[in-house]
Design a protein around this ligand. Structure first.
Ligand SMILES: [Zn+2]
Length: 468
């Protein structure tokens, strides 16, 4: 991340690039010697005997809109600063050519604009090379400009005559042909990024981070990282992906994304349809909102669903909130678990009458399996409840465990009157454990009808043992 020297470093890199470029163009024959500067216009002297000059004047510094969302420094419960959001700036420059002879200003302006057009961003290697070659006394080599997360882009800024006239009257200087550029984005960051929690006497309890501190730290890092990702993404969307023209922003709204490490509120810009797009396409779009349609990270959904199938929903919420910096709600965990289950169910594939594939000749050609699979199955009747009706009757539940010779056992279960794919469910589970058609598989059960039939569909080498 850049530091307070970053603004000066950008000016130095740009003037250096301009200077090298103009030297390469060998203008000594047409224009004579050329000076490149970064001064206020009123300090520039021009006249007979003075060289022609290209000047880059930083006339405005403004906060970058896309990075506004990165927010103020985050603090823990005691008000200690935990993480710094960067100061994100757009730099506005006026490129002006000065000359005392016919056409010299035009030639210089043309070459300089060509350079800024052909190099629309500042390459990190070029920044490093230019700054490290500077004299040590100005300190710009330590600006860390090349290390900032965002690449620095050069965008031409068309100014109308009124804007130009206002600028030049503010400069209190004579008007000269100019072109305006915006340099985005320069990120300046404080060095006091994270403060270690304070401790008094060393005890078991004061050693290392507490759970509360770890939650604050995680939330701070998450907030900052996500703000940077969102700002980078929105920055890249400012131009049309089809033709590269700048897109007009129609406004901003906030989207809320829930993650393992907190609920995040992101600024989502809405852009008007580009002129290159067909008129029947949507009038505007919000790329960030479209990029994050789920609004919940997959890991959060995974943990919610994983705990919710093992514990009551309320306990799941308590466990998640106790160890992670997030706020959960029973209704949301319930909804997400349902969605995950429906997705898994959708991926299961259709029920089939048989899952035995191939014939004896195919099975003989298979490699030798690791060993037999043993599947224990039991069925039982459970008192049912339908909404508030506690007397809905009974339903039959089948549960079981499949134990391979090597590897870990897997459990399964289904409700015979409800499940539309019981054979598929068991077949996929056995397949996941590496079941081959030439593999012995032993079913152990107490002999209930529903239980006994299952293996007939699954494997040619299945045998069934009754447990009494
Ligand atoms: Zn376009």
């Amino acid at each position: 991340m850049s530091n307070g020297l970053a603004i000066a470093a950008v000016s130095a890199v740009l003037t250096n690039l301009l200077n090298s470029w103009l030297v390469d163009q060998d203008l000594s024959g047409s224009v004579g010697s050329v000076a490149v500067s970064a001064l206020a216009p009123d300090l520039i002297e021009i006249g007979a005997g003075k060289p022609s000059q290209i000047n880059l004047f930083l006339y405005q510094v403004a906060p970058n809109q896309a990075w506004r969302n990165a927010g103020p420094p985050s603090r823990d419960a005691r008000g200690n600063r935990m993480a710094n959001a960067p100061l994100a700036l757009d730099l506005h420059y006026l490129l002006t050519a000065y000359a005392s002879q016919n056409y010299h200003a035009e030639i210089l302006l043309g070459y300089a604009m060509q350079l800024l057009h052909e190099a629309p961003s500042l390459a990190r290697d070029a920044i490093r090379e230019i700054l490290s070659a500077r004299p040590p006394n100005d300190g710009l080599a330590s600006a860390d400009l090349a290390e900032q997360v965002e690449q620095i882009k050069i965008l031409p800024q068309p100014l109308n005559t009124e804007e130009l006239s206002k600028l030049w009257s503010a400069f209190q200087s004579r008007y000269r042909p100019s072109a305006a550029y915006q340099i985005s984005v320069v990120l300046i960051e404080g060095t006091r990024a994270v403060r270690a929690p304070q401790r008094e006497a060393l005890t078991d309890a004061t050693l290392g981070l507490t759970l509360a501190e770890s939650k604050t730290l995680l939330a701070g890092v998450q907030e900052r990282m996500v703000a940077q990702q969102a700002a980078s993404y929105s920055m890249a969307q400012q131009t049309c992906p089809a033709c590269g023209a700048p897109r007009r922003c129609k406004g901003h709204h906030q989207i809320v994304v829930r993650s393992l490490f907190g609920t995040l509120r992101l600024d989502s810009p809405r852009f008007r349809r580009c002129a290159c797009q067909p008129v029947d396409s949507p009038r505007s779009s919000s790329p960030l909102a479209e990029c994050l349609p789920e609004r919940t990270t997959p890991e959060l959904r995974y943990l919610e669903a994983k705990w919710a199938v093992l514990l009551p929903f309320g306990v799941t919420v308590d466990v998640l909130e106790e160890v992670l910096p997030l706020q959960a709600r029973v209704a949301t965990v319930y909804r997400h678990t349902q969605q995950v289950a429906e997705r898994l169910e959708g991926e299961l594939g259709d029920e089939q009458p048989f899952f035995i594939e191939g014939c004896q000749r195919d099975w003989d050609a298979l490699s030798r399996p690791d060993g037999p699979l043993t599947v224990g199955i039991d069925g039982g009747y459970v008192h049912a409840r339908d909404g508030d009706n506690r007397k809905a009757g009974w339903f039959e539940q089948i549960v079981g465990k499949s134990v391979p010779t090597d590897g870990s056992a897997k459990c399964f279960g289904f409700v015979t009157s409800y499940d539309t794919k019981p054979k598929r469910r068991l077949a996929e589970l056995l397949k996941a454990q590496g079941l081959q058609m030439n593999q012995a598989i032993t079913f152990l059960s107490d002999g209930g009808d529903n239980v006994r039939d299952l293996q007939l569909y699954l494997s040619p080498l299945a045998e069934h043992l009754l447990e009494r």
